[in-house]
Design a protein. Structure first.
Length: 338
């Protein structure tokens, strides 16, 4: 994993405390333990040393929708049936399940169908790591190299356009900031700040609630073709995606990739259906299949997510190059822009 993983433990307070003590993960700086969920049906807080009790296993899905989680570690005996009930959906959305050798977990062939398993030391313990996202180290390395090269070159070559746009935003709307900061959610729910050139009036966020009846997107995302909050300059910037150029800085930092599913706002991600959370199993990007197949002409969030999942399943260096090349005419034509 490219960053220290966020880990929750599934097991009783006693079992979770024993696992933490045995693995001593807090001293190696390679993970962030968020807490544990109990599987014994008790709703009372079960002490696990200093590890917070986050609730019962039935609340695990809801917690994942609202918090960054990379790995669910098992510290309780689980039958194959219970594993499928509790953890198969976790695997489906792209998270990793860690099963220490000491945990009494039944893993039969049906349970592991479509799952990639590897033996590794995790938190100081011999464990089986299960995931439904295949490891593509060569692709991930080349993808990051492409991101670094193109984002750095883009920021340098487009510097005059960036400066002129910043000046135009300032002169056309002096009361607001030049850049608009977005509370975005990245891979596995990790929060980060995204940047765009501001295209709306300064109090746009306060006015959003009044416009929800006019939302043209089915699902948690707000889209409106003739949004009255957008300034005259903002419409031009949006039509040709000039407002998104500051995202090249986020690509250089590593928060975004050039190609990947669109990063949702935190408030949008918290309203996802659970299956839609798989969209967050990879690093988000500036452009993806949605950009070259309609942009704002797509009005169903389910259709949007389906395109993202198609990309995740087929992701490759050649596919990324193809999407980047097809994005150029889509942006220059302004087709489907809102």
């Amino acid at each position: 994993m490219d960053k220290e993983p966020y880990v929750v433990i599934l097991g009783s307070g006693e079992a979770s405390a024993e696992l933490v003590s045995r693995g001593q993960p807090s001293g190696n700086g390679r993970c962030k333990l968020l807490g544990h969920f109990s599987v014994n049906g008790s709703r009372s807080a079960e002490r696990a040393g200093k590890l917070p009790h986050l609730g019962v296993a039935e609340g695990l899905r809801d917690y994942i929708l609202r918090n960054p989680v990379d790995v669910v570690m098992v510290a309780a005996p689980l039958s194959a049936a219970l594993f499928r009930e509790l953890l198969a959906p976790i695997l489906e959305i792209g998270l990793t399940v860690a099963v220490p050798r000491t945990a009494a977990v039944s893993l039969d062939r049906d349970t592991l169908e479509g799952t990639f398993a590897c033996q590794r030391t995790f938190l100081g313990m011999d464990s089986t790591l299960l995931t439904r996202i295949p490891s593509k180290r060569g692709y991930e390395f080349s993808k990051r190299a492409l991101d670094l090269i193109l984002s750095a070159c883009g920021l340098i070559l487009l510097a005059p356009l960036l400066l002129l746009t910043a000046l135009a935003v300032r002169l056309s709307s002096p009361k607001g900031s030049v850049l608009y900061r977005l509370d975005w959610v990245g891979k596995n729910g990790r929060p980060f700040t995204g940047y765009k050139f501001r295209t709306m009036v300064p109090d746009a966020d306060k006015l959003k609630g009044e416009l929800f009846p006019f939302n043209e997107m089915q699902g948690p995302v707000f889209k409106m073709t003739n949004d009255p909050r957008v300034t005259r300059l903002g419409r031009v910037l949006r039509k040709y995606s000039i407002d998104e150029l500051p995202q090249l800085y986020s690509v250089l930092k590593g928060d975004l990739s050039l190609v990947g599913p669109r990063a949702p706002l935190r408030e949008e991600a918290e309203r996802f259906e659970f299956w839609q959370r798989r969209k967050l199993s990879v690093k988000p990007g500036i452009t993806c299949l949605w950009q070259i197949r309609g942009r704002s002409e797509i009005h169903s969030f389910d259709e949007w997510v389906d395109l993202d999942l198609q990309y995740i399943e087929k992701a490759s260096f050649l596919l990324d190059l193809g999407i980047l090349l097809l994005t150029i005419p889509a942006v220059l034509s302004g087709r489907g822009a809102s």
